[in-house]
Ligand binder design. Structure first.
Ligand SMILES: C[S@@+](CC[C@H](N)C(=O)[O-])C[C@H]1O[C@@H](n2cnc3c(N)ncnc32)[C@H](O)[C@@H]1O
Length: 238
């Protein structure tokens, strides 16, 4: 690990399953995510990155360990407790890392929040990021919200921008299934597991202006798959 270690979040706030309550596991997973972005997405000190559904800053902690400050890291989440922890313990010491609460309803993580509007925009300018990243976030979101987010990511990405996300994605299943019985493990509570048919998800990406460059099946937490995407139909002057 690098020498720029920062405080890890309290175990009670950690996400993604019980194994993440182990400090070594949490930090190794954080660094692995940063390494993936360095090696496969060109993340470097001059990069601008948006981490949607950042939780308690796992990716940010990995990036700080591996690279130190980058030009701009922005983390968003619908749960203000996570954002407050990240602001106090990460943003305060590393001011190019900034965290924002987004008040978008999610039956699991922000049950009282408003339904996302069709014209929803994240609070960032057009073309602000080279990388948009979501780990285990679409796995808790239904179709309309995914569609609205993807459309906005198209706006937020620079012309050479890339999108990375994880999702439950399978062949030969309904377009969308919520907490499917007998699938991988027991699911409980609202939107614990939102599973998509892979082709359906790819059609959402396609209609939002993305193409899938790489698909890695069940390589991620709980058997989620990883999608690496770039923009299609670049403007003529690119
Ligand atoms: C399983 S956790 C993953 C956290 C983090 N990405 C990680 O890998 O450690 C899912 C996160 O997505 C957030 N989330 C859920 N719906 C969201 C939405 N519509 N917009 C932004 N964040 C959302 C949750 O509050 C939660 O922090």
């Amino acid at each position: 690990m690098g020498s720029r270690r920062i405080r890890l979040p309290p175990k009670a706030l950690r996400l993604c399953g019980p194994m993440f309550s182990d400090d070594a596991y949490f930090l190794a997973s954080a660094c692995r995510e940063a390494d993936r972005l360095v090696h496969s997405f060109g993340l470097r000190a001059s990069s601008r990155l948006l981490d949607v559904g950042c939780g308690v800053g796992r990716l940010a902690i990995g990036i700080i360990d591996r690279l130190g400050p980058i030009q701009a890291y922005r983390g968003t989440d619908v749960d203000p407790r996570y954002v407050r922890w990240c602001q106090k313990h990460i943003q305060h010491a590393h001011p190019t890392f900034q965290f924002v609460t987004i008040d978008v309803g999610n039956p699991r993580y922000n049950p009282g929040g408003p339904a996302v509007a069709g014209d929803f925009r994240h609070p960032f300018d057009d073309g602000s990021f080279e990388i948009v990243y979501l780990y285990s976030v679409f796995s808790h979101m239904e179709t309309e919200q995914v569609r609205i987010y993807l459309r906005d990511f198209r706006r937020l990405l620079a012309s050479n921008g890339r999108l990375f996300f994880t999702s439950f994605a399978e062949e030969g299943v309904p377009d969308l299934s919520i907490n499917p019985k007998g699938y991988r493990r027991e699911w409980s509570g609202p939107l614990h597991c939102v599973r998509y048919r892979r082709g359906f998800l790819e059609s959402l990406l396609e209609s939002s202006g993305f193409k899938v460059d790489r698909f890695d099946y069940e390589t991620e937490t709980d058997g989620q798959s990883a999608f690496a995407c770039s923009l299609k139909d670049l403007p003529a002057d690119q």
